[in-house]
Design a protein around this ligand. Structure first.
Ligand code: PLP
Length: 417
């Protein structure tokens, strides 16, 4: 069982909080870079391999710029995510626009950027053609339905709102071919937080077979398959990380067996790229004993909603008390008027005192980015631990002014009731 560590110890965190009060998310640049290199190494056998970082996981341009320097592109799902990508100079086919229920202005932005458009539905072919015209290169998202099992986060593929059915793919690519589209990619995204390496190898198998069938039937050539994201991370200390070499080598074997030579393998992972390298740091604000014991933090569900949304496990440590007996069973809560605002339920932790620092692990992806403002709570800062040990604030905390920015208090004066 691996011990979960934060790169800064209690003294270092206490020092940091003099400048940046809790709560904040802290990211580790060196660890993000090392992991990015391990992912690339696992697919080095495929010269066209590219990871398009799923911007939704951590939509911070500083993090994205680090990933750009490691050769990653962007997987964008909305207009603002495309603007973020543009802001760091990731444009053209280094961007894949994987969206659903998409408004025309978002497709227009994708076209302006020269991004690869990944269609979610067969009806979007005509929509795209009518609204902005068809690009030369297009990708379609496959939903394999019952052919592939899902999981609690992403659901079963046949229940999921995403993608084309198998039959629709044949019709869709035929339509695209007949309308003059020349270049093609195939995409799927069927897993979320999956820890079994075999799952991704099977997904590649599914897409490789489909590429062969589509090519044979329609006489079109595919430039790439995008296996989506979904590589899981070990949220629990007893979880084992996905062995990327096993995934890469398993896919290589299938690739070679299928006789591909120029097909590029692409991924659009988010969680495994930044997830384990982020920590939400807060402090104990109150302790409460009623029918059970509660430890209330200065952070809440607006800073990390995964536990409340999915019942997801996030490991918690108390800096300076790592070695202490974990003999207090408590709920670790935030301050929202929602009883599911709990980072942990019935968790055995060391005895905590008011003012203790608390570290919630694995918040580097789908953490800050899932934040919201219910109860008029303000979202926390994001800090980056640089490779030289310095710390840079890469997003300041929200202020009351940010929260009120969309309200017109001047207009309120002449609003008669
Ligand atoms: C289309 C698409 N691609 C990629 C991702 C990234 O997934 P993960 O962060 O689990 O790798 C998601 C996550 O929601 C997604 O919906």
């Amino acid at each position: 069982m691996s011990e979960k560590k934060c790169p800064l110890n209690r003294e270092q965190l206490e020092e940091l909080t003099k400048e940046y009060p809790t709560p904040f998310h802290l990211y580790d640049e060196a660890a993000i870079r090392a992991n990015a290199r391990a992912l690339k190494a696992a697919f080095a056998w495929n010269p066209g391999f590219k990871e398009y970082f799923a911007v939704k996981a951590t939509p911070n341009p500083y993090i994205m710029k680090i990933l750009k320097s490691e050769g990653f592109g962007s997987d964008c799902s909305s207009y603002p995510e495309m603007l973020l990508s543009e802001s760091i100079g990731v444009t053209g086919e280094d961007v894949i626009f994987t969206s659903n229920d998409t408004p025309a202005y978002e497709y227009a932005k994708a076209k302006e950027l020269g991004a690869i458009i990944n269609l979610d539905d067969i009806s979007h072919i005509e929509y795209l053609e009518k609204e902005i015209g068809l690009p030369e290169l297009i990708c379609c998202r496959y939903n394999p339905g019952a052919l592939k099992g899902g999981n609690a986060i992403i659901g079963h593929p046949e229940e999921a709102k995403y993608g084309f059915t198998r039959e629709q793919l044949f019709d869709g690519y035929r339509m695209l071919r007949d309308k003059g589209v020349k270049r093609f990619g195939l995409h799927t995204m069927v897993a979320s937080n999956e820890l079994d390496a075999k799952y991704f190898i099977e997904t590649a198998h599914l897409l490789f077979d489909l590429v062969k069938e589509l090519s044979a039937e329609l006489g079109i050539e595919f430039e790439f398959v995008n296996l989506g994201g979904g590589i899981g991370i070990p949220y629990k200390p007893e979880d084992k990380p996905v062995d990327l070499t096993v995934v890469g080598e398993g896919i290589r074997e299938l690739y070679e067996k299928a006789g591909f030579t120029s097909l590029d393998v692409r991924l659009e992972c988010g969680r495994m790229v930044t997830g384990p390298f982020g920590w939400l740091v807060g402090r104990v604000l109150h302790k409460k004993n009623t029918y059970k014991q509660f430890v209330g933090l200065d952070a809440c569900m607006v800073d990390l909603m995964r536990p409340a949304m999915y019942g997801a496990y996030h490991h918690i440590t108390v800096p300076g008390k790592e070695g202490a007996a974990h003999d207090v069973v408590c709920d670790v809560t935030g301050s929202l008027c929602e009883n599911n605002d709990k980072f942990a339920i019935d968790r055995a932790l060391p005895e905590m005192e008011i003012g203790d620092l608390v570290v919630i692990h694995d918040t580097g992806a789908h953490g800050h980015s899932m934040g919201f403002n219910y109860n008029a709570k303000l979202r926390s800062a994001e800090l980056l631990l640089r490779e030289d040990g310095s710390v840079l604030q890469i997003r300041r905390p929200e202020t009351v002014e940010d929260y009120f920015a969309t309200l017109d208090f001047q207009g309120l004066k002449s609003f008669n009731t």
